[in-house]
Design a protein around this ligand. Structure first.
Ligand code: HEC
Ligand code: HEC
Length: 159
C-alpha cells in the first residue's frame, strides 16, 4: 500500500514538472501573431513592400531559381496570358532587356527541348518570388559552397 502511495506521489511530481515546463515553453514560443492569445483578435500588420530596385540578386547555389527584383503586382498568369513571358520569353527580350528564361524552361521531363516554354515552367511564381523589404523573422546561418570550401582549406592549412 505504501509502495502504491509512493508511486502516486512520483507520478504527481512528474506531472507537475511537465506542466511547469510546458507553460514556460508556451510563454517563450512566439508565433506570427506575436504573444496574443488565441481568443483575442488583432489587426493584421501592413503588408511589407516588395523589393523593386531592379538589381539581380546573387544565387546561393547554381540551381536556385533567381528571386524577382521587381514588383509583380497584377501580373497575370492564366491559361491564355502570361505577363512574365511578355518580357522574359525569347521573342521579347530585345524590347524588354529582361534576361531570357533559360534553356531548362524549354525542356520537357524527358529533356527534349521544345519550341517555347515547357508546361512544367509555365507558372513562374511556383518557383520565382519577390522579396519583402523587412528584417528576417528568424536568423539564417546558411553558408554557400565557396565559404565552406575556403573554411575547409584554411582548416587543412592549420593541421
Ligand atoms: C515589363 C517587363 C517585365 C515583366 C512583365 C516581368 N519581368 Fe522579370 N525582369 C524584367 C527585367 C528588365 C529584369 C532585369 C532586372 C530588372 O531590371 O528588374 C527582370 C528580372 C527578373 C528576374 C531575375 C533574373 C535573375 O537572373 O536574377 C526574375 C526571376 C524575373 N524577372 C521573373 C519574372 C516573373 C516571374 C515575372 C512575372 C510574374 C516577371 N519577371 C515579369 C522585366 C520584366
Ligand atoms: C519549376 C520551377 C520554375 C518555374 C515554374 C520557372 N522557373 Fe525560371 N528558373 C528556375 C530555376 C531553377 C532557374 C535557375 C536554373 C535554370 O536556369 O534552370 C531559373 C532561372 C530563371 C531565369 C534566369 C535565367 C538566366 O539565364 O539567368 C529567369 C529570367 C527565369 N527563370 C524566369 C522565369 C519565368 C518568366 C518563368 C515563367 C514563364 C519561370 N522562370 C518559371 C525555376 C523555374
Amino acid at each position: 500500500m505504501q509502495e502504491h502511495a509512493k508511486r502516486f506521489a512520483v507520478a504527481v511530481a512528474i506531472a507537475a514538472c511537465c506542466i511547469t515546463v510546458s507553460t514556460a515553453l508556451a510563454a517563450e514560443l512566439m508565433s506570427l501573431r506575436g504573444s496574443v492569445g488565441i481568443e483575442e483578435e488583432i489587426t493584421a500588420p501592413p503588408i511589407a513592400p516588395d523589393v523593386n530596385d531592379d538589381q539581380r540578386q546573387m544565387r546561393n547555389y547554381p540551381e536556385q531559381p533567381p528571386v524577382i527584383p521587381h514588383q509583380i503586382r497584377d501580373y497575370q498568369i492564366t491559361l491564355n496570358a502570361n505577363k512574365c513571358l511578355s518580357c522574359h520569353s525569347r521573342q521579347f527580350t530585345a524590347q524588354s532587356q529582361a534576361p531570357m528564361i533559360s534553356i531548362t524552361h524549354f525542356m520537357d521531363r524527358e529533356g527534349q527541348i521544345l519550341a517555347s516554354v515547357t508546361p512544367r515552367r509555365y507558372f513562374c511564381t511556383q518557383c520565382h518570388v519577390t522579396q519583402a523589404d523587412i528584417e528576417p523573422l528568424i536568423d539564417n546561418d546558411f553558408q554557400d559552397i565557396d565559404s565552406l570550401i575556403s573554411a575547409e582549406g584554411s582548416n587543412e592549412g592549420s593541421q
